[in-house]
Ligand binder design. Structure first.
Ligand code: HEM
Ligand code: HEM
Length: 201
């Protein structure tokens, strides 16, 4: 136990954040901006590169188990919860460029208007809403992910040190409050596990 992620995995993790932030901050603000052919082509190239990098990253990372750095065995419920959050993040990183590419395709086919709710809705309005909803979901998942990483660091589980180059932990915490919260957390996981196993019977 107490393994660390590979240098390549760490490089992927941290450099991808730059790509993601660039994608979010340089975002197209309104459909009309796509009239600019150069911007449209740039967006298509960016979204394609983004998509390829996400697929390559996922293919590489899926061989490593979740909580690779944990010193102690992790509760099965906690494990599946974290794994689901990671998978949901990947789903967002795939859907963001995919819906972006769909917007580009539809725009080129003549769907150049973003209707207001009382106007007749087209497939373009649906894809634009989906694009925005996926972006919002990705923000929420990332906030949850970072909060979970900080909480794990406070507990001193070893997971933080396996990916983050600073503030590394060397032993589990002695802090009484964190230990208390952690024991409540374990009880919640036990309850969830009991609920699912009794539902199976
Ligand atoms: C301060 C910011 C962050 C911290 C401290 C952090 C910490 C971590 C840690 C400790 C892991 C390893 C978890 C494990 O081994 O199971 C991890 C994995 C992961 N992180 Fe972060 N992270 C941060 C920001 C982000 C951001 C902004 C994203 C997305 C843009 C992200 C996406 C992921 C994904 C998808 C994984 C799963 C493993 C992988 O495929 O790389 N993280 N992170
Ligand atoms: C990885 C690639 C992409 C990322 C990360 C991204 C991200 C975003 C984000 C965060 C928004 C704001 C959503 C909101 O405010 O609800 C947005 C809006 C938008 N994006 Fe993208 N996008 C990407 C690719 C594309 C592509 C390829 C196109 C089309 C060529 C596109 C067209 C648009 C348009 C037209 C809007 C404005 C929607 C509106 O009128 O409200 N995006 N994008």
């Amino acid at each position: 136990m107490n393994d660390s992620h590979t240098t390549f995995a760490k490089t992927l993790h941290w450099s991808f954040i730059v790509l993601y932030l660039y994608g979010i901050f340089k975002q197209v603000n309104a459909l009309e901006e796509l009239e600019d052919k150069e911007l449209l082509v740039f967006e298509i190239i960016f979204a394609s590169i983004f998509l390829i990098i996400v697929i390559l990253r996922y293919s590489y990372m899926r061989r490593f188990k979740t909580f690779l750095g944990a010193r102690e065995p992790v509760h099965i419920v906690h494990y599946y919860f974290a794994r689901s959050v990671h998978k949901a993040m990947y789903a967002c990183f795939i859907l963001l460029p995919l819906t972006g590419l769909m917007i580009a395709g539809l725009y080129s086919q003549g769907y150049t208007v973003n209707a207001t709710p009382d106007e007749e809705q087209t497939i373009m309005d649906f894809v634009l809403d989906l694009h925005g909803a996926v972006a919002d979901l990705s923000y929420m998942l990332i906030i949850l992910h970072i909060a979970a990483a900080i909480y794990s660091r406070l507990k001193g589980e070893g997971v933080w040190s396996s990916m983050v180059p600073i503030l590394k932990e060397d032993k589990p915490t002695d802090n009484k409050i964190i230990k208390k919260i952690s024991s409540i957390e374990e009880k919640v996981y036990d309850k969830v596990q009991t609920f699912f196993s009794s539902n199976k019977k």
